[in-house]
Design a protein around this ligand. Structure first.
Ligand SMILES: Nc1ncnc2c1ncn2[C@@H]1O[C@H](COP(=O)(O)OP(=O)(O)OP(=O)(O)O)[C@@H](O)[C@H]1O
Ligand SMILES: O=c1ccn([C@@H]2O[C@H](COP(=O)(O)O)[C@@H](O)[C@H]2O)c(=O)[nH]1
Length: 434
């Protein structure tokens, strides 16, 4: 029946779609996520009263019209649509906060496999925000939420909290963050979690990390963890292992079939485990450095010294054509040019573009960004273009508030030789300084 409805809708909409709803009648409350790509329904019994019986009487209740395939943004949580007015306001705030599409990495593994430990290291090195589903649920208990008792009992039993609660908490945390890169640790715990998250947020993970570790090792680690957790006792630990095998492993296998799984041997020393993770995250760092370089060039085009100062180390060194073969130290030399371009703006603002970038890391804290910079502008109404070979060296350090930031510590800029054929052809852009 689910597949039939899904197929019919798919046919009429002619596009992939997903949505999430509850079936609520006086006997039961079910949460369903419908996904046209897998042509199926995912259902799970909901132990909460969603929606509250008083608020709607209809049997089928569209809780979150998450036509996520149509929209690339996060949708407000279906959990909160059925809550009090206060929550509705919060929900509206969630929606206002809808930003660029978030990128997500799921981190899975048995209890005690080192998910939290490794996430901390990834955050330090790769600029992700860590969202532990378990921590969010524990914080919800401590906040005095009306669902606190239910969550506490579920955790004590080693069972899985209903998806709408967890997905709402994750979504709220994502919407409240300035970051767009998230490590979601300990989630999705089961197929229903997975389908609900995708249906509500429209987000599929970039990849999924799975820490593989024998149970004897996990048990030893949990018994010794000593963080006062209600579920770190031998009874609950064994229950959690069972739930992991029965409910979470199928999710791991799902992502393996989708070729999104990164299986990591979690039974090694912490540092060894982290070494295996690094190559997975380097592309994110490369992207960050390229973005930073483009931001800097844009600031130079705009004559924005404040931005230049923010991105550069005060003792920046540089070799560049204007310095006529001398090594320039500090920012004043560059400030002069930026201020001039602000004071005497050229008729058309220059526009820099980065071509053929290459990023090389020297250890964890230094990166070289090498590229050709094409600067377009107009001279006497004629479009012209200049090309420079540039190497910029970025170093990561801590700012005054202890946050890791990249600063430019050196650059080398040289003018590219002219392209003869290009600048001879009439009417096409030519070099500005012939
Ligand atoms: N590679 C490792 N070798 C030895 N001990 C480790 C390793 N990784 C983590 N631990 C320790 O094992 C315990 C559990 O680690 P951690 O809390 O990171 O696991 P987890 O997967 O997040 O657990 P849970 O799912 O229960 O939240 C901690 O005390 C941690 O210090
Ligand atoms: O998505 C989730 C995540 C966690 N839970 C419950 O919390 C405990 C502890 O989780 P950790 O990730 O080990 O901190 C887990 O056993 C579940 O009971 C959940 O229901 N859903």
């Amino acid at each position: 029946m689910g597949s039939l409805i899904t197929r019919t809708l798919q046919k009429s909409l002619k596009r992939p779609f997903r949505f999430l709803y509850w079936s609520a009648n006086s006997f039961n409350h079910k949460m369903c996520a419908m996904d046209s790509e897998s042509l199926g329904f995912y259902t799970g019994r909901c132990i909460l009263d969603f929606p509250p019986k008083s608020s709607r009487s209809s049997t089928w209740y569209v809780a979150a019209a998450g036509f996520c395939a149509f929209s690339s943004s996060l949708l407000a949580g279906s959990y909160s649509t059925s809550q009090s007015e206060e929550d509705s306001e919060e929900n509206a705030h969630d929606q206002q906060n809808v930003k660029r599409k978030a990128r997500v990495v799921f981190v899975l593994g048995g209890p005690g496999s080192g998910k939290g430990t490794q996430c901390e290291k990834i955050v330090e090195n790769f600029g992700f925000t860590h969202l532990s589903a378990g921590d969010l649920l524990r914080a919800e208990i401590n906040s005095g939420s009306q669902y606190g008792v239910m969550i506490q009992n579920t955790i004590k039993e080693g069972k899985i909290v209903p998806s709408e609660v967890t997905v709402h908490l994750l979504q709220k945390a994502m919407n409240g963050s300035d970051n767009d890169k998230f490590l979601i640790d300990g989630f999705p715990r089961n197929e229903e979690n997975r389908a609900a998250f995708e249906a509500v947020t429209g987000i599929e993970p970039e990849f999924v990390i799975f820490f593989d570790c024998p149970q004897e090792e996990l048990e030893k680690r949990l018994i010794n963890r000593n963080q006062g957790r209600v579920d770190d006792n031998i009874d609950t630990i064994r229950k959690r292992f069972k739930v992991f095998e029965e409910s979470t492993l199928p999710v791991v296998q799902y992502y393996e079939r989708k070729q999104k799984l990164q299986k990591i041997n979690g039974a090694r020393e912490k540092e060894e485990v982290f070494k295996s993770l690094k190559p997975l995250f380097l592309p994110f760092l490369e992207e960050e450095l390229l973005q930073l370089t483009k931001e800097l060039l844009n600031g130079i085009d705009e004559g924005d010294y404040a931005l230049y100062k923010r991105l550069c180390d005060p003792s920046l060194t540089a070799f560049e054509p204007d310095a006529q073969g001398h090594l320039v130290e500090g920012l004043p030399f560059h400030k002069f040019y930026l201020d001039m371009s602000k004071r005497f703006p050229s008729p058309s603002k220059p526009h820099s573009q980065v071509s053929s970038p290459k990023i090389t890391f020297i250890g964890d804290e230094v990166a070289l960004v090498t590229y050709t910079r094409l600067v377009q502008s107009t001279k006497d109404g004629v479009p012209c273009v200049e090309a420079f070979n540039e190497t910029r060296i970025w170093q990561r350090g801590l700012d005054d508030s202890g946050i890791a930031v990249w600063k430019l510590i050196h650059f080398h800029k040289s003018k590219c030789p002219l392209h003869r054929a290009h600048h001879k052809s009439k009417g096409s852009p030519h070099s500005c300084k012939e």
